[in-house]
Design a protein around this ligand. Structure first.
Ligand code: FES
Length: 149
């Protein structure tokens, strides 16, 4: 295993063991659920948007190490961003994990730990589970779970 993939694996394991922002935001302004139909795992993302900034973001739910680590890293990356910036990061992340081109220059470097999942179609849904919930929350869509399909 290359040192880069060892580093990536250790980052994923760290975020799985100690997920950041793993809590509910009681006074959230937006919230949405993501659902992975392949495994039945689901999680919820909460957003607190103030003055066009994501003042707080969190998640809770069940999932594998990749989904939990991805959700955890997502919260650290979008906090402090505008909803429009967060939506652009979603698009860039989604392109990277689905293999539709490399990560855009504006994709925060720490998200590169998920670049390898494009080789494993089932894992793409794990890595993008929280991100679909984030997008749904950003769009203030309904309260139904959003699938990774
Ligand atoms: Fe369920 Fe990864 S196996 S989210």
């Amino acid at each position: 295993m290359s040192s880069a993939s060892e580093l990536y694996q250790s980052i994923i394991l760290d975020h799985n063991r100690s997920p950041r922002n793993f809590r509910e935001i009681k006074d959230a302004s937006r919230s949405a659920e993501g659902y992975n139909p392949l495994c039945g795992d689901q999680l919820r993302v909460w957003l607190k948007v103030e003055d066009d900034k994501i003042a707080d973001v969190s998640f809770q739910g069940s999932g594998c190490a990749i989904s939990k680590a991805s959700a955890s890293l997502m919260t650290t990356v979008v906090k402090g961003k505008t909803p429009a910036e967060a939506a652009r990061i979603f698009e860039s992340f989604h392109r990277m994990v689905t293999g539709q081109g490399g990560p855009a220059d504006d994709l925060p470097a720490k998200l590169a730990v998920f670049a390898g999942v494009r080789e494993f179609p089932a894992r793409v849904k794990c890595a993008s589970l929280a991100w679909h919930a984030l997008r749904n929350a950003l769009e203030q869509a309904g309260t139904d779970p959003v699938s990774t399909e």
